[in-house]
Structure formats: C-alpha cells, structure tokens
Design a protein around this ligand. Sequence first.
Ligand code: COA
Length: 406
Amino acid sequence: MEIRPTTDGELDVFVDTVHAAFGRFPETPVEGGGLWWSALETDRCLLALTAEGRPVGTAATYPFELTLPGETLVPAPGVTAVGVLPSHRRQGVLRAMMRHQLADLRARGEFLSVLLASEATIYGRFGYGPATYTQRLTVQRHRAALAPSRARSDHAPDSGSVEVLRRAECGEILEDVYDRYRRTQPGALSRPHRWWALRAGQPPISPAPRYVAVHRDADGVPDGYASYSIGEPDNTLTVDETITGDDAVFTALARFVLGHDLASRVVFRHIPPQHPLHWQLVDFRAGEVSGDMDWLWVRLLDVPRALTARGWFADGELVLDVEDPFLGEHGRYLLTVQDGKADCVPTDRAPDLSLDVRDLGSVYLGGTAPSTLVRAGHIRAHRPDAATLADALFRTDRAPHCLHWF
Ligand SMILES: CC(C)(COP(=O)(O)OP(=O)(O)OC[C@H]1O[C@@H](n2cnc3c(N)ncnc32)[C@H](O)[C@@H]1OP(=O)(O)O)[C@@H](O)C(=O)NCCC(=O)NCCS
C-alpha cells in the first residue's frame, strides 16, 4: 500500500474514488472535480494505492482557520473526503491514511486538526474528540411569541431592518457578514472565498436554492443573515443558518422567520445547545429540541502549543497526564492560567487528571465539561476537586459552535 499526495493531473481520479467510496454525493464527478471539491488543494489530497497502483482510498484537508475561545484565530486543517472503496474496507487503509495525514500535518507545523464525522464510532481511535454540538429547535408558529427582555430596562426595539435579498444581491454581503461572525464565535471555521464566489454569494451549506434575509444596523450596514427554505410537510420553514455574533440581531432575524405567513412551523436546523432563543419564547414548551449531535471534532497534535493558543477566563493550575495511543506518545504538563493566558510546560508533578488526547480535544473549546467526562469514566480525576477546577478553567464566555459543513 502506497500513500502519497495527489498530483495536479489526478484530481479527477481522487474525486472519482471519493464518490465511489461514499456511493452517493450531491454532485457527479466532472472535470476539475466540480464545484463541491473546487476548494481542494491537490498537495493536501492523499491517495492510497494498491501495489498494482490502483487508487482505493482518499483523505484530504482544507486549510481552514478556527476561532478559539478568546477570539484567537489559528490554522486548522479540516479533514475531508475520507473514503475507502467498498472492495478494500477493513484492511487498515483508513488507519494507514490517518497515520500518514497526521505526520504530514505535523511536518507542516500544524498543532491541531478538525473534522466532521460521518459516523461517531470512527475517529476516536485516531485521537479526535467531539468538541462542538448542534441541535434543532422546532417552533410551532401559532405558539411562537417571543417575550420582551426583562433584564434590560433600556431595552429598545431593534433599530435595524430585515429584508429578503434577491440571489443577485447576495454578492459579497453574506461572505462579509459570515467572516465577521466567525472571527468572534469560538468553534467557527473560515469559509474559502471560492465557495462563495462559485455559488454567487449563496451560503454554501446546501446545494438547494435558499432565500436569504439580511439584517442591517441603524446605519444600513449588514450585520447578520438567515438563510431558509419553505417546504414539506405543511409549509415548514427551515432555517439552515443564522449568522450573527450579536444576540439582538439573532432575535430580530428569529422574529422575521417566525413571523413568516403561510409557514406552519419554523425549524432552526443548527443552533448550539442551550441557545437563548428557547428561553425567549413566551411558551417554553413551544420550542421542541431534537437532533442533538456532535459536530466539529478536534485532534490536538501539540498539546502545549494548543493550550497556550486559546484564551482563558479563570486563573488556576492543573497537571494533565495525556496519553496519545494512536501516535504512541505520552506527556505530563503543568497548565498554569493567569489573566487570560496559559503557560504549559512538561512536569514530573503528580497529575490532577489523566486523560486520552481525544478527551482533551473534546474539552479544548469549552463545549464539553471535563467533569462530564470524569463522570462518564473517560477522564480520571486524582483528587476530589480536580474536575471542578478543570470545569472552571476550560469554561468559555460563549459556547463553541460550528455551522460549517465540509
Ligand atoms: C469509514 C471508512 C473510511 C473506513 O475505512 P477502512 O479502510 O475500512 O478502515 P480501517 O480498516 O483502516 O479501520 C480502522 C479501524 O476503524 C474501524 N472502523 C472502520 N470503519 C468504521 C465504521 N464505519 N464504524 C466503526 N468503526 C469503523 C475498524 O473496525 C478499525 O478498528 P480497529 O482500530 O479496532 O482495528 C470506510 O468504511 C468508508 O469509506 N466508508 C464510507 C465513507 C465514510 O463514511 N467516510 C468517512 C467520512 S467522515
């Protein structure tokens, strides 16, 4: 078995192999890979070939930027197009590709990688842990009233406006709004310009046509959008993504879709767990949460660099004993956080927590409490208050969330 980067002339072979591995894909292969794969860079696309030179497996990475807690932007290779032909499965092809890919990423100087998993049972063994979550909130329109704010006495009605854009008007507006949003949202990924350009400004999350409602502030500057469609059953209005870093703008966009005549219910397809919108409903039970699932998985390749890169919101000190079974590595680190910044150095001190690198990936963005993984029996706490201290340290100001599909 040989694993090597795809050459420039082989992109079609790569895409053909991915499509055959998945058995179905939104787009048939065309010369140059087609729209779907147009943001791939061939030297980041790995092909697995048999001794006879037959391509049987693929794996690639997109060069994304990830927003960490504390609004720090870091390079984050996004693993994609992972597939092995049905005829060659369960023979270790994926395992060999993962090993090759992680070594390649390290050689490029990366300290973490991310992916979305087609099945939640595949990637833990390679050191990836689920780090952001998403869920669906379904609201019946006849019970959809939103309560006014009770906390802010100065709460003024939204001084901005919402309008539906025609496709030709989307242009760079959405790309610009998305880019500003993702820079402040922990867990969010950059989106390659080429995807926006090729879809004439439509959000790239779905190949189906969508309507876009854009919110503008009092000065007319776009500061949020919701993309949505209306369909079966019973005129369900489905919101694919609501993009804004501002809660008041989110509320204005939610009011807009909830006020849409002819829709019987509104489904917000991707909101983070515990989203404030649910609490804004006058009738809490009018909001039905479903489709709770993992979204972005994180794999740390360099623990000290990763831990010092993110922002922190509480001071403290923890000794972490980290096992990395897939790469056959082990490290014990003293993590010291002061004034929002961390120091992380090797240590011989007795550990507070022993954990697998996949669990560190899960808690890294603040979306999973270390105490949950202690209670689940994944992380070992060596003293009674270690889990509470770890919860306080890893917690973030804003729940991480990723809307990007790749
Ligand atoms: C998932 C896929 C890439 C696995 O490839 P593969 O070459 O058969 O995997 P390997 O033989 O290297 O298996 C490595 C390990 O993963 C496990 N594994 C592989 N596929 C799995 C799956 N779908 N579910 C659970 N475990 C799986 C194997 O049992 C093996 O376990 P071990 O570590 O205990 O030995 C392949 O089944 C495939 O192409 N599926 C369809 C496309 C897809 O879902 N791709 C993933 C996109 S995120």
